[in-house]
Design a protein around this ligand. Structure first.
Ligand SMILES: [Zn+2]
Length: 145
């Protein structure tokens, strides 16, 4: 560790805060091998210059991880980050449903469905019969001279 103890490791003030360039550089330097290549902590392969990388939270923010230099690491955007993100989302969904099951909370999706449309009355004709506008018979007008 070449950095002095006085240099405070960056910790974001809030989760939406952008990672400063200097912090990204520190993270990349931290992951460099002897040859000066940046190693993906996920797959262990080299992240080549110009290759799209993601600054990923080792402990996801959703799991209480800190948005900080210490919890961030550089990994390949594809496939490493994409796979990790998908796996975390799946794990969270599973954990949520297990928690719900343990505590007797139903999470069935069917509960969220609307009642839907009321069933239509059975149709016997192609067109509905006309309803008369008034009672009585229609007669020819008597023309008086
Ligand atoms: Zn990788």
């Amino acid at each position: 560790m070449a950095r002095s103890r006085k240099a405070q490791s960056w910790v974001a003030k809030h989760h939406d805060q952008a990672i400063p360039e200097s912090v990204k550089r520190h993270i990349l330097e931290r992951q460099m091998n002897a040859a000066g290549e940046v190693i993906c902590t996920d797959c262990g392969n080299v992240i080549r210059p110009g290759q799209v990388k993601a600054f990923d939270h080792e402990t996801p923010l959703a799991d209480g991880g800190e948005h900080s230099e210490a919890n961030l690491r550089a990994i390949h955007e594809k496939p490493c980050h994409a796979i990790k993100t998908a796996a975390e989302a799946k794990a969270r969904t599973k954990a949520r449903s297990q928690f719900a099951a343990v505590h007797g909370i139903k999470t069935s999706k069917s509960e969220l469905r609307s009642a839907g449309f009321a069933p239509a009355a059975p149709q016997h004709r192609a067109t509905a019969p006309r309803t008369p506008k008034f009672e009585g018979d229609i007669m020819a007008r008597r023309i008086t001279p």
